[in-house]
Design a protein around this ligand. Sequence first.
Ligand code: IPE
Ligand code: IPE
Ligand code: MG
Length: 244
Amino acid sequence: MPKDPDTPQRTDGPRHVAIIMDGNGRWAQARGRPRLFGHHAGAKRVREVVEACKDLGIRYLTIFAFSTENWKRTQVEVAGLMNLFRRYISKEMRALHDENVRVRFIGDRVRLDQKLITLMDDLEELTAGNDGVNLTIALNYGGRDEVARATRRLAEDVAEGKLDPLNVDEETLPRYLDTRVLPDPDLVIRTSGEARISNFLLWQSAYAEYEFIDTLWPDFSAEELARLCRSYGRRDRRFGAVKV
Ligand code: IPE
Ligand code: IPE
Ligand code: MG
């Protein structure tokens, strides 16, 4: 029987949704406002989306907040974003905890300032015992950078005799990635109309389903997420096999 497109597909829905939150700058520009205005509007969308995950049966939500390439932007925008991340964490910490959300960060922390790192640690620690939605925030994250850092750690283990190179296989590298405790994303959504992945979850998304939608991130809503989840539920994921 064909599935009714309007029925929520809880059981067939994605367990892990990853979102490239793009389009804040254009959203602001369309209103004649500075780019940072768009970033603030974008940050406000996160709460609704996290809350929607519970109803949609999404156990893991990973959001791309700042890439390893975003340092190329003006000093004003980068500083404004770092300031926004600090303010966001301080302001949302309590609410996320009260919602039973478990927060993790992925990405390289070395270029981040100590105040921000401390806030990230505090939020991870505060929510470590929560068993609700797993929210992962990718901050100074790049897929290639992550694989390079993982490879370095893997090579160190080989050099120290902890790992036999002959035993390195597809299961080995993921254990060194920032995402080691997370399942692979089932559905990757990119807002703003760009059809590229911009260095997001390269290894992990090998078999993800993609949705590139025109909505700019500050206009994204729980309804739209629900629609994309229903559409995901109607997809046929074959993983290279042929159904018999
Ligand atoms: C995404 O919005 C947020 C970050 C990359 C930090 P953009 O800032 O890339 O917005 P556009 O793509 O310029 O509209
Ligand atoms: C990707 O968006 C990074 C984030 C959403 C944080 P960008 O706006 O940086 O990507 P490009 O430059 O369009 O590829
Ligand atoms: Mg962009």
